[in-house]
Design a binder for this molecule. Structure first.
Ligand code: ZN
Length: 146
């Protein structure tokens, strides 16, 4: 299996078997995000503890496989992490997608699914799909600190 096929399988697996899907009610913070260009919609629900650590993340959403797979990965990655840790991962992810930065994610077992999204940057119109969940997460974390 080529690396491209492997990556496609990872994305398809998250799209067909989304992790942490559902409404979290009550939750610490809820944020809605949309990518009108593609019709992607996401609702993110987060619980944070007193130390600003994300203890639970769920999502509802509809749209293309890239947007939904990316947010499914996000829910797994963000769970158990502090806001600072999430910001660092989001920064590396955006560098890879927007600035041709290195794909550092294969080195970390818990982040390796993110490596599969690198190929999306060959389709500029889809980059917004891959980033939708992460931008929505950033907004949610900002809201949680207000
Ligand atoms: Zn999309």
């Amino acid at each position: 299996m080529s690396i491209d096929e492997l990556y496609r399988e990872v994305i398809l697996d998250h799209f067909e078997n989304p992790r942490n899907k559902g409404v979290l009610d009550p939750c610490t913070v809820h944020e809605h995000g949309a990518n009108p260009l593609c019709g992607d919609k996401i609702d993110l629900y987060l619980d944070l503890d007193d130390e600003k650590r994300v203890t639970k993340v769920t999502f509802e959403g509809s749209g293309c496989s890239i947007s939904q797979a990316s947010v499914s990965m996000l829910t797994e990655i963000a769970t158990g992490k502090t806001i600072e840790e999430i910001e660092a991962i989001t920064g590396s992810f955006k560098e890879m997608m927007l600035e041709d930065g290195p794909n550092v994610f294969e080195e970390y077992e818990e982040l390796e699914d993110l490596a599969a999204l690198e190929g999306v940057k060959n389709y500029p119109v889809r980059i917004k799909c891959a980033l939708l969940g992460w931008n929505t997460l950033a907004e949610a974390l900002k809201k949680s600190q207000e």
